[in-house]
Design a protein around this ligand. Sequence first.
Ligand code: PLP
Length: 396
Amino acid sequence: MAEKERMIYLDNSATTEICTEAKEKMLEAINCFGNPSSLHSAGLEAEKMLSDARENVLRTLGVRVRKPDDAKRLIFTSCGTEASSLAIFGTAYAKRRRDANRILTTDSEHPSVENAMQRLETDGFEVIRIPTRGGALDMDALRKALDSKSKVLMASFMMVNNETGALYDVKNAFAEIRAAYPDVITHCDAVQGYLKTRFTPAGIGADLVTLSGHKVHAPKGIGALYVNPELLRAKKIVPFLVGGGQESGMRSGTENMIGIAGFGAAAGAVYDRLDETVKEMEYLRKYTLERLAQLDVTLNIPSGECAPHIINLTLPDIKSETMLHYLSSAGICVSSGSACSSHSSHPSRSLSAFGLTPHAADCSLRVSFSEFNTVSDCDSFCNILAQGISSLVRTR
Ligand code: PLP
């Protein structure tokens, strides 16, 4: 505990601390142990908890559950990665879509989307990656990609880049794609944008939206896919986990009730204070950027809109890993890129797409805030970073 008290956690894009509301609901779920598919009272109690959580998450997406079909719009999965796999493979392999095999995406997607795209390429689909240099979607390149006779099956664009914080204009991109191909299926990986910016799936023109619990103060191991009910009706998406028919047949397997309960509670609580927390995170980001501007670092600021919680910077010829350890030994947790790419020796795809050289990408840090951070956290980070730069530059 003493160790934890000294820790300053600024790696909220990797994962977040579970909030009190989620912890309390998860405890309730531990005691409410019935299977939500069972017809007896224990099952009905669990089923109520499941539908409450679903309604809570749907509410954060601007969807009210008025009739049973409305609830089918949210499929709980084991994580954001699984939700994106279901969206991408589920639509690519739906029988009726064999007439079209072109897919549009960006060159800076999270591996959960990029690696799914690579799998589709080996299966004969044509994947076109729209550049995101400087942190904005290249709309001219997008229009060029639309200028073709072969039909576009799907467009999968992330909302917020997990390494740079760039907020991509998916709404305009999806609108232009749909104008050219009315049957296109649009998917948005909103894992880093969810509960950091207000949006609704209909508002951004997305048929499918990926969410992840652990980025919004819920536990790890729970995610969800929002699905446009029209896709379900027309069977334009097929499940790949088949079995007992849970989640309206779209994701079989007994539900992770503790995770789902925690996700519903966290999503509802964070949503209810969203305007306030976004303002706070925006303030911390601005304050930290101003302090960082006084140091010998390069700020990798997206040219367009930004999410309120992410800062990316390049150090003066100090490897990010070296600085990460220096900061960590002082109790400060930041990241050297996304948590996933930190296991890889390749330079970050997102930072390369942004325009950084492999060397600069290798010397970059990501700082990411949550509603639990304070100005004092930002001051401590900037102070220790400044010390680190002068001592590590000397020993280089
Ligand atoms: N998409 C983005 C943009 C992410 O940042 C992440 C996690 O870092 C994911 C998807 C994967 O989410 P999960 O960890 O729930 O699988």
